[in-house]
Design a binder for this molecule. Sequence first.
Ligand code: NAP
Length: 364
Amino acid sequence: MVKHTVTLIPGDGIGPEITTAMRRVVEATGVDIEWELADAGEHVMDECGTPLPEHVLDSIRKNKVAIKGPITTPIGTGFRSVNVAIRKALELYACVRPSVSIPGTGARYDDVDLVIVRENTEDLYAGVEFEQGTADVAELIAFAEERGAGTIRPDSGISLKPISVTGTERLVRFAFEYAIANGRERVTAVHKANILKYSDGLFLHTARRVAEEYADSGIEFDDYIVDATCMQLVLNPAPWDVLALPNLYGDIVSDLAAGLVGGLGIAPGANIGDEFAVFEPVHGSAPKYTGKDVVNPTAEILSSVLMLRHLDEPEAADRVFDAVRATLGSGERVTYDIKRTLTGSTEGSVGTAAYADAVIDNLG
Ligand code: NAP
């Protein structure tokens, strides 16, 4: 049996509870994993002076694979997103978020099987921002106006949206390679190129050019405007397959896609680069539920399924996925969010740890 060493980042809020549940389920499969604990997030600020100590990145660089809980990002002020910083520091350029219908979740649809492939390193998440009222903003506004690029109100804050040929090429290639490796049929590039000519326009032209390289791959290619994509996804999600999106649209559309299959509690994700991979749920740290042992650890557990496949442990991955399906399918030992969707009330739901017990029982 191969021994794996994986960096484990419990994170903030509900992170420690759901990563503990995930770890117990993975260990119950018998896969040999040594977890290297490396903590990051709001709660390490006081001790370490930074929410992302360098030893956390070093641990991932050494082990190549990490799984994490969510990390809090203060809104409007305070430190920048640790999640974004990890993705940028390790060039985890593709964020893969499958949305698959699982019976028993009470989701609106039972025929969804799509994958969001979100660009992870640029767009409005590049972190190139200028604060309202500063000399930098005044200079930027003067620069834009001098070049006839339109007028900007002087009391504006400005965030830049860089989209590059390099970033788009590797993202769209990743989407095609993923489609080929996973028996998918179609890649759709999602954009707003009708309005954002030089950023989304570049994304679209580059995606079309990369698609030509895959003309003989058997994978279809098309493109869609992001707002129309959202409406079509809500109306009829079944035909959608692999969606390749710039960072911000990918973030928003993946929450929408999670909603199609039962909510954030069951939506897993992976951040992949050429060298490293970091697995994490789509949802955040849900601070109001911290320490209450109520939230659904399925998204974290399904993120470990993606991790097990990445570690070339397909049998263990299938066992965990089937055990989650069986647990949700029975509708008995499920968490409040699923119970609420199924019955309109949280009565009769179980907690995070008891749900993990049920999944472990269903591993057989
Ligand atoms: P959130 O933490 O995802 O929570 C929003 C709501 O989604 C919760 O109130 C809950 O809804 C539901 N939910 C989320 N996770 C759930 C789970 N495991 N089981 C059941 N329901 C779940 O979003 P947020 O409140 O906007 O963000 C909180 C913090 O997380 C912010 O600081 C944000 O920046 C950060 N964040 C981190 C990541 C990451 O680490 N990758 C991702 C997104 C957000 P109900 O109360 O209706 O049940």
